[in-house]
Design a protein around this ligand. Structure first.
Ligand SMILES: Cc1cc2nc3c(=O)[nH]c(=O)nc-3n(C[C@H](O)[C@H](O)[C@H](O)COP(=O)(O)OP(=O)(O)OC[C@H]3O[C@@H](n4cnc5c(N)ncnc54)[C@H](O)[C@@H]3O)c2cc1C
Ligand SMILES: *[C@@H]1O[C@H](CO)[C@@H](O)[C@H](O)[C@H]1NC(C)=O
Ligand SMILES: *[C@@H]1O[C@H](CO)[C@@H](O)[C@H](O)[C@H]1NC(C)=O
Length: 516
């Protein structure tokens, strides 16, 4: 009884203090209290529910049977919208707070929402080497299912809760993208419900215009109801080599060299300051030196970016064997480095051993409960951006960021960008090596201004023929947006498929004015 009693007294004192300070003040300045007491346990319950559901569905093999029925239901909703006179645009019925993207579209309240209840893995075909999935299947769900069968998708975007639909309609990338390209480049087919309610399958051979126009279109050409993704055999471990590098020139040089090596299955860079980085390259293997195995995904282990930083502090290289699934989701527990701002002591060993198993809080729940004050605070004093630029411009990019925003660590993830049609391709005719530069955190420049500074970054990215990920705050004008992205195929299809009454233009969905 005693621990319960002290817990009770503790809670009471906390409440009194909150009452004294003002609930709003405590929620904004000591958000960890709320997160630890309420959000973490709730996140655990959420996960248990979804895992249980997915397990039951697999046991009953019910997903493939129900799929066509569910798609017919989506088609009937679209036809009903048509019959009612196409009064407003349509959007998916998934509430905005459930997505990983930080902002919620205002359109969710005004558009006709189409319920899309598609969250299962339909078929793993090891002969054709594809997996057919519904759009709400998450990365955590997919790697758990496939790795267990000895397979994986080639590009596994980091966070457990990212969905196939969001990664195809938006963007997906991982540290294997220097070989396989973006998430969209590993897809073999999409099945789309169009504005007239018909179902169309598209592949590079069949309805290829639609196939190439879908990525980055953010659901403004139709509703994705299934996708076929390539699968490749997986091995037990990633043999990861850590190399601290000092000096900006040396960092960019070493990172480019590693990204160009075909024998590296994974390449990642964490830049801790203008002059310091750790570059990691990984190779899949079944054999491991048991003394060097590190199961970094276990809840009591240090956060990955802190772990990698140790090699910088020690100024020496190192090798570890990391269980593959732990590698794939290495930044999940700390949400890259975002959790540090929410639970400042989250990487403390005491916290990790006692409560680490509940971490991370669901991004969806964090969003749902953040309130207006925190949202504003974040908007003005926090950057979350992923920008994709040709790797040859990396040095200038880091320098530009350093004077505009100064957010560290920076996440570097190389990827190969083929010259296929669609919104995003290199300027020239050739496939080109790009790098995604992710900046997540509080800017350290004194003159930071959310709008002006982001516009600076966007301008730089346009000038080197780079791209901004569309989940992030976008301050570009429509003209600037279509200068960055190639709209030729997209606009042609919007016309052909009669989208103008059915879906907003992608810019009107993602621009600053369109989102909370
Ligand atoms: C904290 C954070 C971390 C991130 N980490 C990574 C990372 O490690 N790797 C990475 O690649 N990306 C990352 N991202 C970016 C992420 O990939 C994009 O935000 C992605 O689009 C979000 O996917 P979601 O599953 O939440 O989809 P949503 O946000 O729900 O969807 C994205 C867009 O696709 C549309 N859409 C979704 N499903 C359908 C459908 N069935 N039919 C039609 N349209 C649809 C939606 O309308 C929306 O416009 C991160 C983002 C944040 C905020
Ligand atoms: C979808 O629309 C219905 C009725 O128009 C509304 O009640 C519901 O809240 C909407 N759902 C979302 C997620 O906005
Ligand atoms: C790190 O080690 C290298 C040699 O391996 C040495 O040249 C360099 O001075 C060291 N840097 C620091 C900051 O200790």
């Amino acid at each position: 009884m005693e621990p319960l009693l002290s817990l009770g007294i503790g809670l009471l004192l906390l409440l009194l203090w909150a009452k004294y300070k003002g609930i709003e003040y405590v929620l904004v300045h000591h958000r960890w209290i709320f997160v630890c007491l309420f959000l973490l346990p709730l996140s655990v319950l959420f996960d248990i529910y979804y895992q249980f559901r997915s397990w039951i569905v697999q046991k009953l093999h019910s997903a493939p049977l129900q799929h066509s029925q569910r798609v017919r239901y989506i088609q009937s909703q679209v036809r009903e919208w048509k019959k009612e006179g196409q009064k407003t645009y349509m959007c998916t019925g998934r509430p905005g707070w459930l997505t990983v993207s930080l902002r919620v579209g205002k359109y969710k309240k005004t558009h006709k929402n189409i319920t899309i209840n598609l969250m299962d893995i339909l078929e793993v075909d090891t002969e054709r080497q594809v997996v057919r999935v519904e759009p709400l299947v998450s990365m955590g769900q997919l790697t758990a299912h496939l790795n267990h069968l000895g397979w994986t998708i080639p590009v596994v975007p980091e966070l457990d809760d990212l969905t196939v639909g969001g990664l195809i309609m938006g963007t997906g990338i991982e540290t294997s993208s220097h070989i396989y390209g973006l998430f969209q480049h590993t897809c073999k087919a999409y099945e789309i419900v169009l504005a007239d309610g018909s179902l169309m399958r598209c592949t590079p051979e069949e309805n290829s215009d639609l196939f190439y126009a879908v990525p980055w279109s953010c659901g403004t050409l139709g509703f994705l109801v299934a996708a076929e993704i390539k699968i490749v055999p997986v091995k037990k471990y990633v043999r990861l080599h850590y190399e601290p590098v000092r000096g900006l020139k040396a960092i960019c040089k070493r990172f480019t060299e590693e990204s160009e090596k075909k024998e590296n299955h994974f390449v990642e860079g964490l830049v801790y300051s203008l002059e310091e980085a750790v570059i990691m390259s990984g190779i899949l293997t079944d054999e491991a030196d048991q003394s060097k195995v590190n199961s970094i995904g276990n809840y009591y282990k240090p956060w990955f970016y802190k772990h990698a930083e140790k090699y910088l502090k020690a100024n020496k290289t190192g090798i570890e064997y990391i269980p593959t699934r732990h590698y794939y989701h290495r930044h999940t527990r700390s949400i890259f480095w975002e959790l540090q701002d929410i639970i400042p002591f989250g990487n403390n060993p005491v916290f990790r051993y006692l409560f680490g198993w509940m971490v991370p809080p669901k991004i969806s729940l964090l969003k749902l409960t953040q309130g207006e004050a925190i949202r504003k605070l974040y908007e003005q004093h926090h950057v979350v951006q992923d920008m994709m630029i040709p790797i040859k411009t990396l040095e200038t990019c880091i320098e530009t960021y350093h004077s505009d925003i100064r957010v560290y660590p920076l996440w570097l993830c190389p990827f190969i960008l083929p010259n296929s049609p669609g919104m995003v391709h290199p300027k020239g005719d050739e496939t080109e090596l790009y790098v995604n530069v992710g900046s997540y955190g509080a800017p350290q420049t004194k003159h930071f201004d959310a709008m002006a500074s982001t516009r600076q970054m966007e301008k730089f990215v346009r000038s080197v023929h780079g791209f901004q990920m569309l989940y992030a705050d976008c301050y570009m004008t429509r003209e600037e947006f279509w200068e960055m992205f190639d709209g030729s195929l997209y606009h042609k299809l919007r016309k052909e498929l009669q989208c103008s009454d059915a879906f907003p233009e992608v810019y009107d969905k993602i621009s600053k004015a369109a989102r909370h």
